[in-house]
Design a protein around this ligand. Structure first.
Ligand code: RIB
Length: 297
């Protein structure tokens, strides 16, 4: 069993179903609302656990009902919350998620307690013996960098899902074994016009390998002089929220367990294809046997 530490965000997702994501200045009626467990970090922790990893989540929640809801959900999934700090006086992170009938989404995020992590807190997290460290960009960059540095020092594979897209320093990329981005994030992070040029630039700035997700069109891997592609699987998307988190977690699990880059890309692609067919983020994460079955079909 692989051991993973996820350092990142925990959010309550207030989800509104809409016919389509509204334009600026437009008001649309929602057909349903749900309060679900989310946050890129916690979503990735749940995905790893469903895929069979031993997972420790490191992050912050507020001392409120949303925080207790998120902690209970992680514990129920078997994720250790020993390194989730409860912050008095700060709200738990809150994401307003609008999901259109085509499964596409738009998100507005209030960071709340996710703004608290810093390198001193990261130093209190136990990375000893872990195989993979996974981080995203919904907590402050110095904490992300400290987490990847600690993961590297522990000999773990370091995976950075650079979402949402923010300018990232070369010092962070230099600690990144696998950088996972979607095509928009690749272009935004690199300033390059094409995915191939972006991947080359991000590797030049320090990332050892770069994986670019292309939504329904599949994903690309760039590393060790190789360029690998996997095509999208034909599924009907009902909710794409958390699909990127599922992909990053499944890729991390597959690489850490010794799959080849090509095998890991296919594994993550299949996992994300399952996730988009179900509503919610954490609720949509597939099990290892579901992914194995999808790969056989
Ligand atoms: O990646 C999806 C996640 O982004 C949602 O769960 C929401 O909380 C935002 O952080």
């Amino acid at each position: 069993m692989i051991r993973a530490v996820v350092v990142g965000s925990l959010n309550a997702d207030l989800v509104l179903d809409v016919a389509r994501v509204p334009l600026a200045g437009e008001t649309l009626p929602a057909t349903a609302s749900r309060r679900l467990a989310g946050g890129k970090g916690a979503n990735q922790a749940v995905a790893l656990a469903r895929l069979g990893a031993e997972v420790s989540m490191a992050g912050h929640v507020g001392d409120d009902a949303d925080g207790r809801f998120l902690l209970a959900g992680l514990a129920e999934t078997g994720v250790s919350t020993r390194h989730v700090t409860v912050v008095p006086g700060s709200p738990t992170g809150l994401a307003m998620v609008m999901v259109g009938a085509d499964g596409e989404n738009a998100i507005v995020l209030l960071p709340g307690a996710n703004a608290v992590p810093d390198p001193e807190w990261v130093a209190s997290v136990n990375f000893a013996g872990c195989d993979v460290v996974l981080a995203q960009l919904e907590i402050p960059l110095p904490a992300v960098e400290a987490a990847l540095a600690a993961g590297s020092a522990a000999g773990a594979l370091t995976v950075l899902n650079a979402a949402p897209a923010l300018p990232v320093p070369g010092s962070l990329l230099a600690l990144t074994g696998v950088l996972v981005v979607n095509e928009h994030e690749a272009v935004q992070l690199s300033g390059c016009a094409t995915v191939d040029a972006a991947a080359a630039a991000l590797q030049h700035r320090g990332a050892r390998s770069v994986v670019v997700t292309l939504g329904a069109a599949g994903a690309l891997y760039f590393g060790g002089g190789e360029r690998l592609a996997v095509g999208g699987l034909p599924v009907r998307a009902v909710d794409t929220t958390g699909a990127g988190d599922c992909f990053a977690a499944a890729l991390a699990a597959a690489l850490a367990s010794g799959r080849s880059a090509d095998g890991a890309l296919r594994y993550a692609n299949a996992a994300a294809a399952i996730a988009v067919t179900r509503p919610g983020a954490q609720d949509a994460m597939p099990t290892a046997s579901e992914v194995d079955a999808a790969l056989r079909d």
